[in-house]
Design a protein around this ligand. Sequence first.
Ligand SMILES: Cc1ncc(COP(=O)(O)O)c(C=O)c1O
Length: 367
Amino acid sequence: MFSVEELFRKEITSLKPYKPIFPFEVLAERLGRPPEEIVKLDANENPYGPSPKVLEALAHYPYYYTYPDPQATRLREALSGYVGVPMEHIFVGNGADEIITLVSRLFLNPSDAIVILPPTFGMYEFNAALQGARVISVPRPLDTFSVDVGAVVEAVENTSPTPKLLFLVTPNNPDGGISPPEVVERLLELPLVVVVDEAYNEFSGEPSFARRVLERENLVVVRTFSKWAGLAGLRLGYGIFPEVMTQVLWRMKEPYNVNAAAMAAGLAALEDVNYARRMISAIVAERDRLFDELGRIPGLHPFPSRANFILCHVTGMEAHRLRDTLVAEGIVIRYYDEPDLEDYIRVTVGRPEQNDRLLSALWRALG
Ligand SMILES: Cc1ncc(COP(=O)(O)O)c(C=O)c1O
């Protein structure tokens, strides 16, 4: 008798074990607090949620009993107006995560490689591992977190076969710093596809690289409704691609990858974009206040951010102990305890009263 496990792909069995994150209700139950008392600042969600018009559109959508439009036609039309590129270049997915997965599947064979610029978002490495591809890391220095372009060029030139994909996040998760256009332009000269992840672009006030896709066949821009539009729970993301890429993505995607509720919500969010803009302004103002306040706490060193979160180096105690102390008070944050980012925490910018609770708890723990 054989063991089924022997039949698993080794790329899958060698993946790192899954670290669950606890949803609101589960956490509330564990801590013996009502869910509305939990301050969730660990996943860069938008604390204001979607526009009331989105909730109305969801309540009144009449066709939940039929399959959704596989081409997301109306949503892509609306997105075309929002990002300023023709809809033939826009491909919609079940979160930006699905866009990243599909790009990885499109390009990566087991002998291939990608370049990442850590510390950064984890999904690029995860997808490379699923494909059995190698990951070439070109670290960002832990003071400025800027991209070391010279080191990237060298790494690409010295890797054989040449890496196929380079993932650059701007503003970067977890530090919130942006990469200027010159950096992206230099990377675009490399013989690979540059994937610019703009999940947090709307908080940065920076122009998008979306329109540059019309001129460069080796550029992909990834975006999402999770953050600015407050729709993380509905899973809606999109990519702006050169047309040759969208054509193959249509062939390889699951027919109904984006559900009808997500599409209705996305459309309504784009129709009421001014609501989101007001919430973004509130978050940006709070981000700047929170940055100043965090900087006053002993043993905590915040980094300036252009996104909806702030990374802090914790020198006053071990970051995981600080995380535990905050959790006991019903405040959930992200902490990093990895070789490339030891004793750091990342806090999402919440509503003013949530940020105040975080600040008081931090003063109690570190002050
Ligand atoms: C840089 C970055 N890209 C993509 C995503 C995933 O976005 P989505 O919720 O649309 O899958 C995140 C989520 O945290 C992120 O930080």
